[in-house]
Design a protein around this ligand. Structure first.
Ligand code: NAG
Length: 184
């Protein structure tokens, strides 16, 4: 009996430590870094691999994606919760240390709030010289939004937010001829 109680409490602590909030129809990203698994240093590039899924399922829900960014030394789970998303959602991320093949598991809780004022206008941009992971960077996304808010679409200054982000490759474009160029 005592064992069962301890197990439940432990699970609760792990879950409550990683709560993320999202809003319906608003794009969001959760960084997945070695720190999340209490791994502190990397001996070689891509020492850690991560796999994300919905708890108890082999994959993420269709509106979420996982990518690894070598430049950030982190993965990202990102996507846009559709309207009427059932929540909370528990995501399971497995980390693998490729040096000693130790695996660790982290549960993330995703809370999705309903969207109060639905957007009335939407613009679609294709940016050729960036990759998806560049815009998962909060600074870059803020800079891009600032360009729109202050220069290109000043009417949006009060309530601009991202509703969708995908790699041009995932949407059917070809890989750039020079690998150093952005995928778009
Ligand atoms: C990381 O460390 C914290 C604090 O000691 C602990 O609660 C948590 O379970 C650890 N996470 C993993 C994945 O080992």
């Amino acid at each position: 009996m005592a064992n069962i109680i301890i197990l439940l409490l432990t699970t609760w602590v792990v879950v409550s430590g990683h709560v993320h909030n999202a809003v319906e129809t608003e794009m969001f990203a959760i960084p997945i870094s070695p720190n999340l698994f209490n791994w502190t240093y990397q001996e070689f590039d891509q020492q850690y691999r991560f796999h994300a899924s919905m708890q108890g399922k082999p994959e993420l829900p269709s509106w979420l994606r996982y990518i690894y960014s070598g430049r950030h030394h982190s993965g990202f789970i990102f996507g846009t919760p559709p309207r009427g998303t059932k929540q909370p959602i528990t995501l399971e991320v497995i980390g693998l240390n490729r040096q000693d093949f130790e695996t660790r598991r982290v549960l993330l809780t995703l809370r999705v709030q309903p969207k109060q004022n639905m957007a009335r206008h939407e613009v679609e941009l294709k940016i050729d010289n960036l990759n998806v992971e560049d815009l998962l960077d909060e600074h870059r996304m803020t800079r891009l939004k600032d360009i729109l808010r202050t220069k290109l679409w000043t009417e949006s200054s009060q309530d601009l937010y991202a509703t969708f982000l995908a790699s041009a490759i995932d949407l059917g474009a070809r890989l750039p001829l020079k690998p150093s160029d952005g995928e778009g």
